[in-house]
Write a protein that binds this ligand. Sequence first.
Ligand code: CA
Length: 230
Amino acid sequence: MKIGLLEDEVEQARNLSASLVEKGHACEFFHTGQSFLYAVTHNSYDLLIMDWQLPDMEGTDALRAVRKELNWKIPVIFLTQRDSEEDIITALEAGADDYLVKPARIGELVARISALSRRASSEEEEKDDLIVQGPFSIDLHARTISCHGEPLTLTDKDFDLAVFMFQNVGRLLSRNHLLERVWGVSTEINTRTVDTHVSRLRRKLGVNPENGFRIKTIYQHGYRLETVTR
Ligand code: CA
């Protein structure tokens, strides 16, 4: 699993990351709330571990940003020195899925990571096969998409791209992130591929304000599918 770790104590971050890598995970760590939020907006992670006290913001605020602004349902474990009942409640209410008090026992942490990821993947399986967003309706099982009930024809990759974008409405998706998730490559292959596909989606799907959506180009970063209220 690819884990994003927010921990301002450099040594702690390094040790924890090394332990997670030893247990077969990949881990990238960040020392400030800002750099962490930048990273989670531009990369793909499967789970986040977050500290509370940070030099530039409260971990709970960073978590609220992940949940509300990015609208991301990724599993999040809070790992902090703060251990009062009130703190635990605050973190859970901000959107944490689990809470551990430092120092973390690595065995327990890894077990909790596995438990959360099992829960996340079973929720994914149970998820409806249908995504309905405004006039757009996507049947994940039949791999069909329609707008106002009119079926639309898309290539395989365009379909996957449309699904991923409609699953992440409002979230900035970088070209590399899209390549990784839709094309399954993390290497720097030509990111223009993404541009070509996105402009085709706009046209073929009719992603435009008349249908209540637009795909906004974020200069030098990527794209965001947004709802448009008229
Ligand atoms: Ca700290």
